[in-house]
Design a protein around this ligand. Sequence first.
Ligand SMILES: Nc1nc2c(c(=O)[nH]1)N[C@H]1C(S)=C(S)[C@@H](COP(=O)(O)O)O[C@H]1N2
Ligand SMILES: [Mo]
Length: 311
Amino acid sequence: MLIRVRRGWELPESAATPEAVVMGRRAALAAGAALAGGAIAPPALAQSFAPAMRNPRYQPGREVTPERDATNYNNFYEFGSSKSVASAASRLKVSPWSVRFEGLVEQPRELALDDLLKQVQMEERVMRFRCVEAWAMTVPWTGFPVSELVRLAAPKPEAKYVVFQTAAQRDTMPGLRQSWYPWPYSDGCTIEEARNELAFMATGMYGKPLPPQNGAPLRVLYPWKYGFKGSKSVVRVTFQAERPVGYWEKLQASEYGFWANVNPEVAHPRWSQASERLLGTNERVPTRIFNGYGEFVVPLYASLGKERLYY
Ligand SMILES: Nc1nc2c(c(=O)[nH]1)N[C@H]1C(S)=C(S)[C@@H](COP(=O)(O)O)O[C@H]1N2
Ligand SMILES: [Mo]
């Protein structure tokens, strides 16, 4: 556990990670070493995937991050708490894959991913991504708006929130043995946020299927929020009337909240959010409110003045 409180900007980025809250540094290092020595399985079978037309509406105003950086520096705690989980995650079983719609929906049901993908309009979008740990990347994502998935799920009018739950594969995810974490990973948003045009279900990046370490075969992106809000490898979508408590909020509510909108002026309790490091070049650039997507999302928060909107 943390033994001395330091200001965030004194911390090396490796220490400014969420796991330092719940896990000793020594244990974190040991877990990383164990994974690095683990067996390497053949790559998982990709779902049916086709590149899609780029939507020009979303202009990132930044260079696209080199693919090798975006796919080799990850957070996917099911496969370990280090950033180097790509080889461990190659064991993820992505086929067959299905997604279950449940809770306050007209008819709970489970859809094979291939059937689901036939019913949505695929596109490519280049969007910025910002992790709460103050690193950022810019990625061409392939996928479809979350609003399409909400339409397919047909929620009842009483549904106010949507929760996206990650798969829990005991046999492929060594992280699940760490019983102090609140598995399975899940997080959610309001229905209005889910219907916002920016909320995106990604199935690919760089014109290829999502690699396992980036959340294959289906992961959630909210480009204006911190990355931890977006569940990877989604198997279950639950509609409910109560506000959900996500994985990181369960672990440390004082540091990770429900809204988690990007804001340079609201520091994380342990580090500044004023600037961010771009994967690839390591350049530091100023953080922008709502990660620069305010024009799309500000109306979502107009009547929520009393809420803690920024972490
Ligand atoms: N299931 C699951 N989803 C997850 C995480 C995780 O550990 N497990 N980490 C989150 C965090 S903190 C971030 S920053 C992004 C990282 O996505 P990337 O590895 O594609 O960059 O995934 C988010 N979704
Ligand atoms: Mo993150």
